[in-house]
Ligand binder design. Sequence first.
Ligand code: F0G
Length: 455
Amino acid sequence: MKPFPPYRIQVVKEIPITTRQQREDALARASYNMFDLPSNMVTIDLLTDSGTGAVSAAQEAAAAQADRSYAGSDSYYRFRAVLDEVTSYPHVFPVHQGRAAERVLFSSVLKAGQLSLSNTHFDTTRANVELLGAEARDLPCAEFWNLDSTEPFKGNVDLAALEDTLRSEGERVGQVLITITNNGGGGQPVSMANLRAVRALCDRYGVPFFLDAARFAENAWMVVQREAGYGHLTPREVARQAFALADGCVASLKKDGIAPMGAVIGLRDPEVAKRCEVNLIATEGFRTYGGLAAHDLERVARGVEEVLDPNYLRSREADAAYFAELVNRAGVDIVRPAGMHALYLNAGRLLQHIPPHGFPGHALASELYLAGGVRCVELGSLYLGTFDEDHNLVTPAPFELVRVAIPRRTYTQAHLEYVADVLADVAKNPTRVASYRVVDAPPVLRHFNLTLERI
Ligand code: F0G
């Protein structure tokens, strides 16, 4: 039987239907930066799966009963009960979003000049490491580099490189941070075997091991499906085992909390927890709300329960797989195998007439918007390349991709079919797609703020 969503739609939001001319004007006004497009000019918004999922009636009911007490609110205790059970960490703090959790944790464990080692740091994660004067080093496994390989756990960290670095850098290594799933690397999962091996290495070298667990439920689901020895477990059991292997976590709950806002820091070490708590109270909010409104604590608590429902995860995985099949049928390759929160289109391969300095990923993302009002974002040289002072690309990224994120419980298969149709039209005549040039770009977090022009 084909999987189907374990819910029906009870509240809907209209989406804008626009003309090509309106979109041409809107994108030009946004200086060809997707982040500057007003959402009322976007028909299908696949920019991110973060904070964009549909909330359930149960989440809204819980939100309506939120207790806004400054200290020790009922909402906090409900949040604690859920997160304690799933993570098993004795110290759990709510935070307003993932990057705040990163800032609070990293400033409590990392010093200037130290190293943070990861399968791949997400962009804000890297920025929070670098803002402390530390270095973020990515050590993805060998299979990660082969976009076409169908290895099941391409999110794994390269264990040999990790051990080498732990041995050669010694006390310079301040933390190991494993991102599940690996958003910067195709949304690929990390195996439990890999996490166990990281645990053993971190024990041997005395380095703390944290999870960036924004998509902990999707990682757990792919472990159940793909890893030998886990097929009989529930995603909740696997998620619990993953959290149990680490010394703590940061997790944006805008993804697998299916909430508009929220995150969590979980910790075992009471000393680190104390330092985080002081920082949290000074900069985010008191330890029982951490910068979140009580209604968001409630939505997150309920969302973490809902996201672990096997029927939900099965249906989400099936949506991503169906979408991948449509995209492949349209003649476009993706990073294989498909994960769950996004597809990563191989724009470099599709738009071979555009060199890296013409930004094929951005060109494809722009064309999807112009042709069909579909918003998504480049993950290629614009985002990861290095530039000189005149904004010329000096070192291209290893890949020219476009991330097409799939918000949770938001779009139906008919929406995904529409996106695939738009893509198929573009793919029929790829040479019609124009290149881009950077006009202006800031030195940090470039992709959010740059301006471009079409050439
Ligand atoms: N870590 C990972 C792996 C993420 O994907 C994100 C956010 C964060 C941390 C930061 O969390 O947004 O709550 O501050 N990713 C979003 C995305 C923005 O589109 O992939 P946040």
